[in-house]
Design a protein around this ligand. Structure first.
Ligand SMILES: [Zn+2]
Length: 363
């Protein structure tokens, strides 16, 4: 720790540029504008995963190089909640145009998608100065994942469904991973009977996650404990029928409804099927704490409603309060944050990772 401090002081004396943390303010920038650079590494080049793993001997120096970005891995993370994609914008519906806009604005402002399971296990491998966010889609609606038939009767992915738009983003930007969790219910997730199996297999192959949204979207606060266990297990059983061996690891509560006694939401057994949810998602209404923070509770994860009000509101909140936003140091094995937040760190969540603190005023 002492040598670390010493090297930080030395470093400081020769390397204090970019100390100002400029942020974009005002209206949402047009998506055609240049990327907002405040939260991105300089040089205009974002290292890929393979590139930014430094040789062991240089790790410390390379980490010093990113402190001017003010990494804060105890900052908050947005878990976005979408329902229907396509059609006219409405309360639980995002138009295709707005969905594309959301993804672009998030990307341009330095947000990068990660899967929920990677977030909750603290497995965050992002370029320095970027912020993880999680995409979640409830209800397995048609607009989330739709196949069409072309003139030759060949099955093609609808380029305007959410899945196609996400794949397109991943194609367009090397550091936009295919990630997102689909909270599906039965009997016909994504509403095309003939393609249920094809879709579930494709989602997993692409790198998306499949979560539990009860068997038939039951309100888990209004049915008995036994009925709730059956509903949750039947969902997992149905997914396993299509995807043998797949682990359903998270639950989004239908209607956000949570029974008072709720241990059975985490694990339960019915008809020889046992489910285990490592994460439970609520419906509202704010960003989640960092997975390394003491107040991070994977069984009560709040989500930000990705509509025309809430998502812009929180994006603006983080523009105005950049110090509250999770900002990666680019090293998945080290947790970096301003020293003043040290009491927020959960030692358990940090596990074997290296801890590194600094004073933002010095960089
Ligand atoms: Zn739902």
């Amino acid at each position: 720790m002492k040598s670390l401090l010493l090297s930080m002081i030395l470093f400081l004396s020769v390397f204090c540029y970019g100390c100002e943390n400029t942020t974009a303010r005002g209206d949402l920038p047009d998506i055609n504008h240049e990327p907002v650079e405040a939260n991105l590494p300089v040089e205009g080049k974002i290292p890929t995963e393979a590139e930014h793993v430094p040789p062991a001997a240089e790790t410390e120096n390379n980490l010093d190089d990113v402190l001017y970005l003010h990494p804060n891995e105890l900052g908050q993370v947005m878990i976005l909640m979408y329902h229907e994609i396509g059609g006219e914008e409405a309360t639980w519906r995002r138009s295709v145009e707005n969905f594309r806009y959301d993804l672009e604005i998030l990307y341009q402002e330095g947000y990068r998608p990660v899967n929920l399971m990677d977030l909750i296990s603290g497995n965050i491998n992002l370029p320095p100065g970027t912020t993880p966010f999680v995409l979640t889609f409830d209800d397995a609606t048609l607009g989330q994942f739709r196949y069409l038939e072309d003139e030759e009767k060949k099955t093609v992915l609808d380029p305007d469904c959410a899945v196609a738009i996400l794949l397109e983003m991943a194609e367009k930007y090397a550091d936009f991973s295919v990630a997102g969790t689909f909270y599906i219910y039965y009997p016909i997730p994504f509403r095309q009977q003939a393609y249920v199996e094809k879709k579930l297999k494709a989602l997993v192959a692409w790198g998306f996650e499949i979560g539990n949204h009860a068997y038939n979207h039951e309100n888990l606060a209004k049915i008995s404990r036994e009925e709730a266990i059956a509903s949750l297990a039947k969902n997992v059983q149905a997914t396993l029928n299509y995807l043998p061996g797949y682990q359903v690891r998270s639950l989004a509560l239908p209607y956000g409804a949570r029974p008072k006694e709720d241990e059975h939401l985490v694990t339960g057994t019915w008809d020889d099927v046992t489910y285990r949810h490592e994460a439970i998602l609520l419906v509202g209404a704010n960003p989640a704490p960092s997975p390394y923070a003491k107040n991070f509770d994977p069984l009560r994860l709040p989500r930000v409603r990705a509509d025309g009000q809430e998502l812009p509101r929180w994006l603006e909140y983080f523009r105005q309060n950049p110090h509250l936003r999770f900002l990666s140091d680019g090293d998945p094995e080290t947790i970096t944050f301003p020293a003043e937040y040290a009491d927020k760190l959960s030692e358990i969540a940090a596990g074997h990772k290296k801890i590194r603190t600094y004073d933002p005023d010095d960089y």
